[in-house]
Design a protein around this ligand. Structure first.
Ligand code: HSE
Length: 312
């Protein structure tokens, strides 16, 4: 990094964490996206390069989530005079349920904040990152952008007003992620879920959310595991994921603490108590998907407590 140029990495995230639809998420170490940002001296934002997206993302700065959220930030601090050029390097699959648009947006916001020497808390960037989410999938949920920005495990206690809480988590909890190569756009995965729920289902769900949060505070991995159940969203979205229940059975038999959909899918993830189980589990599930002719990407990570970082 110098005063005119920076390269930033921002991490992928697992939103919902099974029971906490739109209110819980955590960051992982890999995958993630990279943004290179350069001050140009000529007012306005340009996007000179996007790699790793197979031509799927817009180069038009008025339509790209990274430039649009950076533009919102610049407007909020009264710096529309600034000139920027952005390169976006996608290092993770789009439409994967791993917070792909969030990772890009957060990398862009962290880059401009750092270039301008803005010392305010990184969480102050959240409303701008949520604008990017709104553009990417029609809804400004924060359960990917908040952990991507702040790192760690995050609770969105309230959206209006925005109230975001960093949660502790047990050391040594591993996250095994499998991304089956099928397309599940978040916008569509949000349209198919139920709009109304029964009181008895709500009771089950908020019991589980409270159980999961308690487990995180108490360092109680068994409580975390038995609380990660979703009776509201998973029954519908699991239909979009090949062999979802078979994959869960395999994961639980191999010693996973829990298993569920990452964000809106199609990625799935399991928590494990150790790295070896996480590697064996991802390999086994990848083999299973290969057996039904579905390609996949696999990742093993601890929870990433740092969030975005300058890498050049
Ligand atoms: N909470 C969002 C959803 C996350 O489930 O639609 C999207 O990654």
């Amino acid at each position: 990094m110098n005063e005119n140029n920076i390269k930033v990495f921002a991490p992928a995230t697992v939103a919902n964490v099974v029971c906490g639809f739109d209110v819980l998420g955590f960051a992982v170490n890999e995958p993630g996206d990279e943004v290179v940002m350069r001050m140009t001296g000529k007012p306005g934002i340009t996007i000179s390069k996007i790699t790793g997206d197979n031509g799927r993302l817009p180069m038009d700065p008025a339509k790209n989530t990274v430039s649009v959220s950076v533009q919102h930030y610049l407007k909020s601090i009264g710096r529309n005079d600034i000139g920027l050029d952005i390169e976006l390097h996608k290092k993770m699959p789009i439409g994967s349920g791993l917070g792909s648009s969030s990772a890009s947006t957060v990398a862009g916001l962290f880059a401009i904040k750092t270039l301008l020497g803005d010392e305010t808390d990184v969480a102050s960037l959240l409303p701008f990152a949520m604008k990017g989410e709104e553009m990417a999938c029609g809804h400004g949920h924060a359960d990917n952008v908040a952990p991507a920005l702040m790192g760690g495990f995050v609770l969105i206690r309230s959206y209006e007003p925005l109230d975001v809480v960093r949660l502790p988590h047990p050391e040594g909890l591993y996250c095994a992620i499998i991304f089956p190569d099928v397309d599940v756009p978040t916008r569509e995965a949000r349209q198919i879920i139920r709009k109304n729920i029964q009181m008895k289902d709500a009771v089950t769900q908020w019991g589980n959310i409270a159980g999961l949060v308690s487990g995180l505070f108490l360092n109680d991995i068994d409580l975390i595991g038995r609380s990660m159940k979703d009776i509201l969203v998973e029954p519908v979205r699991s239909m979009l994921i090949p062999d979802f229940y078979k994959m869960r059975e395999i994961a639980m038999e191999m010693g996973a603490v829990s298993f569920g959909i990452s964000g809106s899918g199609p990625s799935v993830f399991a928590f494990t108590r150790d790295e070896d189980t996480a590697h064996r589990l991802t390999q086994k599930l990848q083999q299973h998907l290969t057996g039904i002719k579905i390609g996949s990407n696999i990742y093993v990570s601890t929870i990433n407590d740092k969030g975005p970082r300058a890498i050049g």
